[in-house]
Design a protein around this ligand. Structure first.
Ligand SMILES: [Zn+2]
Length: 72
């Protein structure tokens, strides 16, 4: 399953760090951040719970970029 989320991130460098953190999150198959569009596309692993996976994604992203925001 793939979903698109609105994000808030201040620069392209932090966007890349967020993408990396999202990719490493349990339940995430792949993640792509588009800094210009302020969007994150997430592909979930089969059977992953979307809501709890996104909570982990946000937590991991905030470890690398404290001020980032993901709307989910
Ligand atoms: Zn930054």
């Amino acid at each position: 399953m793939k979903k698109s989320y609105r994000i808030e991130v201040d620069c392209a460098n932090c966007a890349l760090k967020m993408e990396d953190a999202a990719k490493k999150t349990e339940g995430v198959k792949d993640a792509v951040v588009n800094f210009m569009a302020q969007k994150m596309n997430v592909e979930f692993e089969d059977g992953a719970d979307v809501r709890s996976t996104m909570e982990k994604v946000l937590k991991n992203c905030r470890k690398v970029e404290r001020d980032c925001e993901i709307e989910f």
